[in-house]
Design a protein around this ligand. Structure first.
Ligand code: HDE
Length: 750
């Protein structure tokens, strides 16, 4: 029984940190209090930490994440140890020669802790550094054995576990989510016959046609090497310099400047395998195939002004959205559709299916739905799972094979190679998130951080000492499609690769007018950040080859005359496609209505708690994420009912919400209205095309916020609702309908 000396700082949970007490901590002083669930009250009751995760409920368990139980640890009720399992008595103080003396070199506990900390960062991915992952499963809807022996498609109802990582490309690990960029969409299927990684993007084409140019592309888009500016942005000279000297990028540049590059959510974007792949059946017969993921939530994007504000208001906007949706049981879901075509049909197309700057229009080859993917569990540990997951395009399984797309061919090398430096050696496949569920046996041995302990003296093949094991699987194993090739070894490209503009025009012509305007605005924004006039001119000269109005509009915005068209690199077919409506984002609304959509209810001390509660509850019942916002945190009470404010206005900017309701009682006289933020909130909701429901006296706020009652062309605004507020159910109906639809882009004016 020791007591604290007079005048010493006192902290009842850390009393051993100070003075004489530090020398001899009381027995059990660092154990959690006995009242904690599952906590042992004496040291003898404590057992070594169990490897299989105990205690944590499995939210939406999937077979793959269950297999990770072997690696999950849980410290609940456990004592603190070193990495060698030695119990640690005091985790607050280093070992010193006297209380005021130097630290002892022998303090192995301090040294182990600091050494581990010193090395706890690994290099970030050279591209796609920032991302978010989730576990889930793929369910086949069909028996696709006619075309492929890949086991995920073996029969309807077949479940294959997956881990998916979404990412931005250019930004560093800590950059913002909502920047203008392509999004990665990488899926690891843990199949019965090994791991298959479908490492795709949310845009179906790419900037370049040959892997040879990838390092140049990435060096151009990353921050400029002299000053490290800009972070996670393509709006700078080096990117557009490279792009304007690479006419093959034109098609992709139109996608990049479209709203595809600023998705509302990872859950609301499509995914594409981009390249043409091969499916191979059990007889060795092959067809070509393109992979498409289509979100059940529909395709929705931000608007640019919103995206830039969001980067400040919540840099984790997409990461948080994915995490929260899964935690709430609103599991994101995609349909997998395949475009399947044979070589003969491919030869008849006016473009080359090996060219990754081209897509196969759905009008030429429609999508065949083959399955669905559901993400139903968040990772337990961001580093162990999302950071250490290693996707490799080389990871294919029997039944899936490569085409000769020269971009894909280069990727087959790159991914395996990059993991070796990123994850510190050749054994990254043993990390739990990367390990296949299928059995793994071979004669590869040793290397840094080897986990497996292979038994026996045999590490070669053929062998007799090991009974010939592990033995070749023969035709049951992976067999590359036996493509006949008779050709000269050359550096070059097929002629059809030289058509750089026809599909760019197809994309442009398939966009709705507001989407086209966004592309024009994005080109103006990007090129306005380019300092070198010749680069701006060169980009517009590319656009002249796509569409005269597009080029003219961009040129006007930048203050110069439309330049001459960029000359063609050689003879190329100029193909006229019919517009393809599916290329417009607005064509896919989704089936989930207002589920997971974020709605703000602005309220004030005068707002009627009963009506606001009713509206909030109705919206929540339909799956919306509703927050009551007021000038400050408070409980608003009237007539025996009360309403708790969730978050103050200053901490919840408009861009975090998909729609706003302003409760009756928010009036000119009230606190909220005297707050410029409230008017700013409404203005931004309006400008960003979102539904506004103004109830009762709150309608008076509109003129103060400068919001017109009608659209610029005089027609009624389809998502601005002025209602009495006496009948919340009736008031909400049209608002809910508007929120289930697309934004009101007609409100956007200069
Ligand atoms: Fe990647 N890419 N890439 N890429 N890529 C990487 O691999 C590469 C390309 C894509 O969430 C790297 O593990 C080359 C197209 C995604 O972990 C690296 C070429 C598409 C991810 C690499 C391409 C992609 C990557 C960096 C041109 C869409 C993130 C870290 C020949 C089909 C996966 C890593 C994750 C990551 C190389 C082009 C998608 C360096 C050489 C086209 C989604 O290996």
């Amino acid at each position: 029984a020791q007591t604290l000396a007079e005048g010493m700082p006192f902290n009842s949970t850390k009393e051993c940190e100070y003075g004489e007490l530090a020398l001899r901590p009381a027995e059990g002083a660092h154990l959690p209090p006995p009242s904690w669930p599952g906590t042992a009250s004496t040291i003898s009751e404590i057992t070594p930490s169990a490897k299989a995760g105990a205690g944590q409920p499995l939210a939406g368990a999937s077979p793959a994440s269950e297999s990770l139980d072997r690696a999950r640890t849980d410290a609940t009720g456990q004592r603190l140890t070193t990495n060698q399992g030695v119990p640690i008595a005091d985790n607050q103080n280093s070992l010193k020669a006297g209380l005021r003396g130097p630290t002892a070199m022998e303090d192995f506990i301090l040294r182990e802790k600091i050494t581990h900390f010193d090395h706890e960062r690994i290099p970030e991915r050279v591209v796609h550094a920032r991302g978010s992952g989730a576990h889930g499963y793929f369910e086949s809807l069909v028996d696709l054995s006619e075309h492929t022996r890949a086991t995920p498609f073996a029969q309807p109802g077949k479940i294959t576990p997956v881990f998916v990582r979404f990412s931005t490309v250019a930004g560093e690990r800590g950059s913002a989510d909502t920047v203008r960029d392509v999004r990665g969409f990488a899926v690891k299927f843990y199949t019965d016959e090994g791991n298959w990684d479908l490492v795709g993007n949310n845009i179906p084409v790419f900037f370049i046609q040959d892997a040879m140019k990838f390092p140049d592309l990435i060096h151009a888009v990353k921050p400029e090497p002299n000053n490290g500016i800009p972070q996670a942005a393509s709006a700078h000279d080096t990117f557009w310099d490279f792009a304007s000297l690479s006419p093959e990028a034109t098609h992709m540049l139109l996608w990049h400047t479209s709203d595809r590059a600023i998705p509302r959510s990872y859950r609301m974007m499509q995914g594409f395998g981009v390249h043409t792949f091969r499916l191979v059946n059990a007889e060795g017969v092959s067809v070509f195939c393109k992979f498409h993921w289509t979100p059940v939530d529909g395709t929705h994007s931000l608007v640019w002004d919103e995206a830039t504000r969001l980067a400040g208001a919540d840099p984790d906007f997409h990461r948080r959205d994915l995490w929260e949706a899964i935690e709430a049981g609103e599991f994101p879901e995609w349909e997998l559709g395949l475009q399947i075509f044979d070589e003969e049909l491919a030869d008849s197309f006016p473009f080359d299916v090996l060219d990754p700057t081209k897509l196969v229009p759905e009008e030429l080859v429609p999508l065949t739905p083959v399955g669905r993917m559901v993400l139903n569990r968040n990772p337990d540990n961001f580093f162990a799972e999302t950071e250490q997951v290693a996707f490799c395009t080389a990871h294919v399984v029997p039944g899936i094979d490569f085409s000769n797309d020269p971009l894909l061919q280069g990727r087959i090398h790159s991914y395996l190679d990059t993991q070796i430096s990123r994850l510190g050696g050749a054994n990254f496949h043993e990390l739990p998130i990367n390990a296949p569920l299928a059995p793994l046996h071979n004669n590869q041995r040793d290397g840094i951080h080897r986990q497996a302990i292979p038994r026996g003296r045999v590490a070669y093949e053929p062998n007799s000492l090991g009974g010939g094991c592990p033995f070749q699987a023969g035709m049951a194993g992976f067999t590359s499609f036996a493509e006949h090739i008779a050709a000269d070894k050359v550096r070059g490209k097929p002629e059809k690769f030289a058509d750089h503009y026809s599909q760019a025009r197809l994309f442009w012509q398939s966009q709705t007018p507001p989407e086209q305007q966004h592309i024009i605005d994005a080109f103006r924004f990007e090129l306005a950040h380019v300092q070198t006039p010749a680069i701006r001119q060169r980009v517009v000269s590319m656009l002249v080859n796509v569409d005269a109005r597009l080029a003219a509009q961009v040129a006007v915005g930048l203050g110069f005359e439309v330049p001459l068209a960029m000359p063609a690199v050689g003879p190329a077919p100029d193909v006229q496609y019919d517009p393809s409506p599916g290329l417009s984002l607005l064509s896919r609304l989704g089936e989930k209505g207002i589920r997971t959509r974020k709605i703000a209810i602005l309220a004030d001390a005068d707002s009627p708690p009963d009506k606001v509660n009713l509206m909030r509850d109705t919206l929540r019942e339909q799956g919306a994420n509703v927050k009551v916002i007021a000038a400050r945190l408070q409980v608003i009470s009237a007539d025996g009912e009360s309403l708790a404010v969730d978050i103050p206005l200053s901490a919840s900017p408009s861009v975090l919400f998909d729609a706003v309701i302003v409760a009756d009682g928010v009036t000119i006289e009230q606190e909220l209205d005297h707050n410029g933020l409230a008017l700013e909130f409404l203005k931004l909701q309006y400008r960003h095309g979102k539904p506004l429901l103004m109830t009762g006296r709150a309608q008076d706020l509109l003129p103060a916020a400068g919001i017109p009652a009608a659209l610029p062309d005089g027609s009624p605004d389809p998502a601005l609702f002025l209602v009495g507020g006496d009948d919340p159910a009736a008031d909400l109906a049209p608002f809910i309908k508007a929120l289930s639809g697309q934004r009101v882009y007609a409100r956007e004016t200069d």
